[in-house]
Design a protein around this ligand. Sequence first.
Ligand code: ADP
Length: 613
Amino acid sequence: MNSTATNKPNSNGNRLIVRRIWPYLKRHKVKLLVGLAFLLINNYVAVRIPRHVGQAFEFLANAFRTQTEDLSVFYGELMWVLILALLSAVMLFSRRLLMITASRDMEYDFRNDVFAKLQNLSPSYFDRHPTGDLMSRATNDLDAIRDIMGPGIMYMADSLTVFPFALIAMTQYSLALTGLALIPIGLFAVIVRLVMGRIFFYSKARQDLLGEISADTQEFLSGVRVVKAYGQQENRLAQFKTINQRFVDANLSLARLRALLHPSIQMVILLGYALLLTFGGRLVFKDVIGLGELIAFLGIYRLLIWPVVGFGFVLSLWQRGAAAMARVEDIISARSDVTAPEAAADAGSPVRLTGPIEIRNLTFAYPGGDGPVLHDLSLTIPAGRSLGIIGPTGAGKSTLVSLIPHFYPVARDQIRIGGRDINDIPLNQLRHSIGYVPQETFLFSDSIRGNVAFSDPAHAERDARVEAATRISRLAADVEGFPQGLDTRLGERGINLSGGQKQRASIARAVFRDPEILILDDALSAVDTETEEQVLEQLSQFMDNRTTILISHRVSAVRLCDDIVVIHEGRVAEQGTHEDLLERNGLYTRIHQAQQLAREIEEENGSTDFTGN
Ligand code: ADP
């Protein structure tokens, strides 16, 4: 990172920002336009105030000379000052309120849109983008864009209106003095340009480092057991200290720059006053302008200072926002690579899919992957039947079942469900019909009930269905032992459940959905064989007349399926019932024999199961 690169004007980025935030500006245009109108009035009034102060002084000076006793004009001017100050205050309050509310509303919409967009992207996008990176785009970068929508627009409008108002007012008093006033103003612009660029650079560095600190802390918290088990606390601490030191350094640099900025501005303001007083004083002395006019002029000069500083600030905000927008754009412009028709908007709850799952000559490669993972694979699962899938790790089993919910793009005519090409089935209809239990269990920080009823938390018979689902997945007995039963909350990622319990909760979630198609991707790997058998038996009753796909690395799990395929290197190596496959004496038989042997050794050693529960 270097400061020149970060501070380079980025016209593409600016165009992008304008294009992206334009719809949001349009949506909240009423608040923004009324706010802008108030801002105009406010700035116009602010420039009028010094004029009346000047006139009051002018009157006083004359009254002193001519010994006038009637001060009504003086009080009249003061009255104006008071009225205008009040009006200015009301306008300032209202425009801030309006514009800031509008910016928060825009931020709300924008954040929702980015989140919705993330939800609609296919899993392949997440394969390519690390979570931490996406999180920082969805938080830090969005904040930077919000800063443009709020302060960015407001201060820009402020600077752009005060400047001409003030400049016109000043030239009415004296062109020469106005020219002189531009010298300190120019100096401000130089200071702001020099210092603001660096302030921006260090603020950005600080934000990035803050992101790194939270990512590091989050990773440590997630992996605390691994860190401790491998005794790596010292190393982790050293790593953390390095980031923390850089964070402190950036903060100190920022503090130094800010410390420098304020006195420099102060000094230039005073130098400007000295300059204007020296020359303005001479003009008063020569009677070219009145004393009150000089005072009014100085009052307006003071109004010019903050718009210049504000403009520098706005420029930094825009630069930061442009960089952030480029990062968020990556999410906004991403297209899901899965093609499926949109469901009719008024369709209500989608009709469930029925019928066989037919896979024809399926060849599949992950988007951006190194070539096909599945090769010319054909398979039919009749409606209501069960298919067991077994095979070595990396054979493509998970890949195959992840294509049924259409997580990845599938070429036409390769997968049909109920006679329809998968590319013609709206995603919500397809997924509504499927209960999918992925290999990696994920539970939300919610109650067990909340996790099981995830697909329809407002279902009329939610509680009865949750209970049935936990019975079928054999979690009910465990839940009874929990302090608050089904309402027991799970810590982050369900830390208070064992691996086997988590898997069973995950199965209950799929059962709750009452799906036409149930996919279990090695979903019982952490459950002991006895419980596995019980779950499978319950499931086989529940899945009567529904289609089931069961991946397992254990023959004991797939043996009762109506049909079994052995997948090897992305191809169907063997297919048939348990008995058929044993007769073939191929890969399936070898897996079976190896597992039987392992079981016998275990039993001899007196241990029933070493996978634990
Ligand atoms: P199995 O379930 O049989 O163990 P997988 O379907 O998980 O096998 O993996 C099959 C192959 O696909 C492996 O070589 C694996 O590296 C690759 N693979 C799995 N997931 C992805 C992914 N998201 N992106 C790219 N390649 C993947």
